[in-house]
Design a protein around this ligand. Structure first.
Ligand code: BEZ
Length: 211
């Protein structure tokens, strides 16, 4: 099986480096990031887990819970976390799922058999508080993920969940946003009191509403 945008994120029981969890219950009312790793004790994954641990406060302030998955055992994860902490200068304190029989990896489509049937690819899934899948990005095992980009997309998703806006190409916090085409021009002033600029009748920009 695989997952697609706006699907309900599949629920599952898992053994993790921080004990057993039921995924949806563990997520609670938070946003979630689930990211897969090809294997423990691999160099790129080690840097990625360190990078995520360093961004702890960025995820926390966005109400995002982070959980990793690798197809090795809890015992292997525990030993690997010591290495990650030592080599990356972090205190990794989010759970890493042990998925030795690939059950969860198959549920989420993290195994791409033409890449490898022994390793998962490097996928990252963002889940909203309704447990809906809002983002899936997949990288090959040889490319470490860009976690600045992940945070940027989470900011966009959280903004668009709250306001009738979308974010344009290369948008970052503080840039103008695009007013939804569903909003009639005559309704813009009431909804967007900071004003707007119409580049074309369908491309209307307004200052970021939550700043
Ligand atoms: C790595 O994390 O370094 C890695 C894992 C599997 C294949 C290639 C690289």
């Amino acid at each position: 099986m695989s997952i697609r945008l706006f699907d309900l994120a599949p629920d599952f029981d898992a053994n993790t480096s921080l004990g057993n969890i039921r995924f949806h219950e563990w997520l609670g009312d938070s946003w979630g990031v689930l990211f897969s790793h090809p294997a423990d004790f691999t160099p790129v994954c080690t840097t990625e887990l360190g990078a995520v641990a360093k961004r702890k406060s960025d995820f926390q302030k966005r109400n995002v819970k982070v959980i990793a998955l690798s197809v090795d055992s809890v015992e292997a994860h525990t030993a690997w976390i010591s290495d990650i902490n030592e080599t990356q200068g972090v205190e990794l304190d989010f759970p890493i799922i042990a998925d030795p029989d690939f059950t969860i990896s198959h549920l989420y489509g993290f195994v791409h058999p033409n890449a490898s049937d022994r390793f998962t690819v490097r996928s990252v899934v963002v889940i909203d508080p309704d447990k809906k899948v809002k983002l899936i990005i997949t990288y090959p095992a040889s490319t470490g993920r860009n976690f600045d980009e992940l945070i940027r997309v989470i900011d966009s998703l959280q903004l668009t969940a709250k306001y009738s806006v979308a974010t344009p190409a290369n948008w970052v916090q503080g840039d103008d946003v695009v007013i939804s085409t569903a909003i009639q021009t005559e309704d813009i002033s009431a909804k967007f009191p900071k004003g707007y600029r119409a580049v074309t009748p369908y491309l209307r920009l307004t200052p970021q509403p939550d700043l």
